[in-house]
Design a protein around this ligand. Sequence first.
Ligand code: SF4
Ligand code: SF4
Length: 472
Amino acid sequence: MYQVMSPKAEEFISHEEIVESLAFAKENKNNRALIDQILTKARERKGLSHREAAVLLDCELEDKNQEIYALAEQIKKDFYGNRIVMFAPLYLSNYCINGCEYCPYHAKNKHIARKKLTQEEIVKEVMALQDMGHKRLALEAGEDPVNNPIEYILECIKTIYSIKHKNGAIRRVNVNIAATTVENYQKLKEAGIGTYILFQETYHKESYEKLHPTGPKHDYAYHTEAMDRAMDGGIDDVGLGVLFGLNNYQYDFIGILMHAEHLEAYKGVGPHTISVPRLRRADDIDPDVFDNGISDEIFAKIVACIRIAVPYTGMIVSTRESKACREKVLHLGISQISGASRTSVGGYVEPEPEEENSAQFDVSDNRTLDEVVKWLMEMGYVPSFCTACYREGRTGDRFMFLLKSGQIVNCCHPNALMTLKEYLEDYASEETKKVGEALIDKELDVITNSKVKEKVVDYLANIHKGERDFRF
Ligand code: SF4
Ligand code: SF4
């Protein structure tokens, strides 16, 4: 039975409720009156239920779809302005005991090179990331209690935060590791992580069990209930995601919204981010064997509908997606993107030779961070390296309260401009710098509070003189 407040995975992600919601969306496909009613509710910017969002996702009326896209774009502008937060993944180890059928790190893949970074190698990787200008990382590691125990992950986090190289610093470390115990989540919290990220892959239990035939990840309930344990361990910010392409996309779309509703109802705070990865080609993995691939059009519709359904949740798109596709979805609701990612272990210091093949997936967007930053600015976005909320303790419900009250806008824009200025001073090419300086000048006018604006102008001058790390 469906119960949003239940601690049990099979009750808060009830299969029956998803099937009924799918049927409801189908019955009401192109029901103009209902779609109008849902859009009116969505305009209040308080979100939609999974059922309502499913009706919008299924809609095939061209004019209504245009309304959906326009509303998603407006909500994105209202809550996130034109800022895009930048981050990079850092692969620590590809040892893994799980059998995920869509991932080349699966235990049975014998022709992939297995690697695990030593602390010395981490220092080098992080320095390479700092030299690009990154301030925010997402750590990635396979599940392997012998090779990658929690102590190893904690040691890596400590090392990363300790590295101060030139003007570089990693100011927020997000962590994407396998579902674990409350005790281990407490340890991650104490180590100062930002967001704990765990992708569900698919919410469809039967498919989930088939796709994960071996290893601890096979346990659907343990995996699905991980975010509740992470919050019990004191982690305020959690990041959800499904891997689109593994299962029927409408099913997983409803599933992820139900998960968000559960966290909000049961833990008092919804997910900090939702990621929307799509299945990609990789060693030993042929995406064509999964017949649930989604087109760019459907992908864009999913992004727009998530934006409308959970306006307060950040949305992430990675370099799995091409430049063209990222361009298409940025304005529909994406608030964070990765740039210049290497998806192999040790890939930032030494791009690996083709025959080694230890990447988790093929990257579609291979541009440098400088190119990505310039591209964003030329489209009118402000690339932001801001990590202020986490460092000011504005996490979980405190972050959500600020966001919902609209106050965050007074912090985000100035912080984005100041961290962009740091980037331009320390890492940008001449051409990018020129575009960036002009953008900052123009964007200063967006700040309406004259006192804040005065302060920002002052801080920008100080950054130019060599000082760093100003924030609101
Ligand atoms: Fe291991 Fe994660 Fe890959 Fe599964 S998806 S094989 S758990 S690294
Ligand atoms: Fe994100 Fe907070 Fe910075 Fe805004 S001020 S960009 S919400 S970290």
